[in-house]
Write a protein that binds this ligand. Structure first.
Ligand code: UDP
Ligand code: MG
Length: 140
């Protein structure tokens, strides 16, 4: 499988509980390299643009409020099949369905406040990385 890059976000529920290091250890233990990372505080508008694909869903407004409620850590993860591997390490969207040992099983508080975001396909990964990082910030 080819080397891929994917966009990861450690969400406000997790930064608030000081879990950045524990979550990063899960990525690194799975063989994913954190090749770019920054802690930022999104506005609701910036969160809304990022999650635009969900604009018609009932949870959209609450999701944007939540993503703007505190700092997030945006990251680029790199590795063999990184997009799928990251989704595995994250676990299912709803922590009640997440496999044991996954980030969401261990740390998520609810289906909304579920600690991490990860891109779901090569096209979205490229778009999402470009939303947060310039080429100059990706040093490999
Ligand atoms: N979400 C929510 N309620 C739902 C489904 C999703 O609040 O019923 C939130 C949750 O934070 C999730 C995000 O919207 O991570 C994006 O949803 P998606 O279906 O893309 O899940 P993901 O790719 O994050 O697993
Ligand atoms: Mg998604």
């Amino acid at each position: 499988m080819a080397t891929e890059r994917t966009l990861s976000i450690i969400k406000p529920d997790a930064t608030k509980r000081n879990l950045t290091g524990k979550i990063n250890a899960k990525f690194e233990d799975a063989g994913l390299r954190i090749i770019a990372q920054k802690r930022i505080h999104l506005t609701k508008e910036q969160a809304g643009k990022f999650y635009e694909v969900h604009a018609s869903r009932p949870f959209y407004d609450e999701l944007c409020e939540f993503m703007a409620s505190g700092p997030v850590v945006v990251q680029v993860l790199e590795g063999e099949g990184a997009i799928g591997k990251n989704r595995e390490v994250m676990g299912a969207t709803n922590p009640a369905d997440a496999a044991p040992g996954t980030i969401r099983a261990e740390f998520a508080e609810s289906v909304g406040e579920n600690s991490v975001h990860g891109s779901d396909a090569p096209e979205t990964a490229a778009e999402e990385i470009a939303y947060y990082f310039s080429g100059l910030e990706l040093v490999g």
